[in-house]
Design a protein around this ligand. Structure first.
Ligand code: EZ4
Ligand code: CO
Length: 402
């Protein structure tokens, strides 16, 4: 079998998605996601102008060789644009393999290690009580794990709070929106949020929180310590991770579990974090981390150090990545939890899929390949719209991490 054709489909059913469709000379089609929030067209061009000409006529079963060809063969290493493009190819080829062998992708990755994939949803509100109402709503929907974010007294708006439509979507059309930030106000507030959450919901529900890279290591250490009585499932991205040894400071001060990695694009971004056991959960995703071929190795490496996966699953990753993640989560041994931000109905209609939510767990479906399609006619109705993630400024105007 040979790769006969590959094309990039950019669609915007509420938000932008970049999808690679690979077709073989035997008529099998595979899909891969190459979406990079706020930088979508760079990946589309990388695929169309540089990658597709190199993969035609190759054997789609040769996922390892093709991955190495696109990674080592580019000479330039890593980076989110490159790795998302490689992932789009890799995931599409695994989809093709599954369809050619008439088996779900999880069977090619080790088979079923579990019956369902534990997922967490996003609850948020402009103050503590509204956030808790949203937690209650998630509990009613069946979630066993919920991430909780709330507005901070003294700050006009902050990360993770649903908009008027009841959804939380950080990317906005037009130029990047600007938010304000104060670690001082945030640190004062968050322990109160989780004290109330435990008071209202008891001990059973898993509670998570995302610091979204905003704290210094010692601030994160203080927060982790103050959250210890509330037994969080994890504290996410406590501090930016370019300097991996920062996490040593956080780790040495607190037993609150730590998750990091949604912005990583290579196992080398997490090498020190993992081998020093400074994190508990690796948040990389199949799309930004280079696909199944790369992430299977990353997960196996993490397993040696008691690090489990907790893959990124925000709505800026398309249903193709969600399907891929659920196959991966079903198969690997050191799975921890999967993030789930449900896609809009418009997006789900463009990408019909087999995966489903049941009692706080997700299942990938047992059909061949990934079990996700792309309705190209419908996709063509949603033209690309430029959109950006927000930027963040401290109260004195200094640009800081969003
Ligand atoms: O802000 O995916 O844990 N989830 C997150 C996400 C990120 C978005 C950025 O594109 O932090 O909601
Ligand atoms: Co996050």
């Amino acid at each position: 079998m040979k790769i006969a054709k590959a094309s990039v489909i950019v669609t915007s059913p509420g938000r932008n998605y970049v999808t690679l469709k690979v077709e073989t000379d035997e008529g099998i089609c595979g899909l891969g996601d190459g979406t990079l929030n706020g930088r979508e067209l760079a990946v589309a061009s990388y695929l169309t102008d540089h990658v597709i000409p190199c993969i035609l006529d190759r054997d789609p079963f040769q996922t390892e060789d093709i991955w190495q060809y696109l990674y080592r063969g580019a000479y330039w290493r890593r980076g989110p644009v490159t790795m998302s493009a490689i992932a789009a190819v890799d995931v599409a080829l695994w989809d093709i393999k599954g369809k050619a062998l008439n088996t779900p992708v999880y069977n090619l990755l080790g088979g079923k290690s579990r019956d369902g994939v534990l997922v967490y949803g996003h609850a948020g509100g402009k103050d503590v009580e509204q956030a808790l109402e949203d937690v209650a709503r998630h509990k009613e929907m069946g979630f066993k794990a919920v991430r909780v974010q709330s507005g901070i007294p003294g700050l006009a708006a902050t990360y993770g709070i649903p908009n008027a439509s009841g959804r939380y979507e950080p990317a906005e059309r037009g130029l990047p929106p600007e938010y304000e930030w104060s670690s001082e106000l945030y640190l004062r507030h968050v322990p109160k949020l989780f004290a109330r959450a435990r008071e209202v919901f008891g001990d059973e529900l898993h509670l998570l929180h995302d610091c979204h890279h905003r704290l210094t290591p010692i601030e994160a250490a203080r927060l982790g310590k103050e959250l210890e009585p509330f037994h969080l499932f994890w504290m996410e991205d406590p501090t930016p991770a370019e300097l991996q040894e920062s996490f040593k400071i956080v780790r040495e001060h607190t037993t609150t579990p730590i998750a990091a990695g949604e912005v990583f694009n290579s196992i080398w971004d997490a090498h020190d974090l993992i081998r020093n056991q400074w994190i508990d959960y690796l948040r990389m995703s199949l799309v930004h981390g280079g696909g199944f071929t790369a992430m299977k190795k990353a997960a196996d490496f993490a397993a040696l150090y008691h690090v489990r996966t907790g893959f990124h699953g925000a709505t800026d990753l398309s249903p193709v990545t969600m399907a891929a993640a659920l196959h991966f989560d079903t198969a690997i041994h050191n799975f921890g939890i999967q993030e789930l931000m449900p896609h809009s109905e418009e997006t789900d209609r463009v990408f019909p899929h087999q995966y489903a939510f049941r009692d706080g767990m997700m299942v990938p479906g047992d059909g061949p390949g990934l079990g996700v399609d792309l309705d190209e006619k419908l996709a063509a109705r949603y033209e690309y719209q430029r959109a950006y993630l927000p930027i963040n400024r401290k109260l004195d105007g200094t640009l800081t991490d969003w």
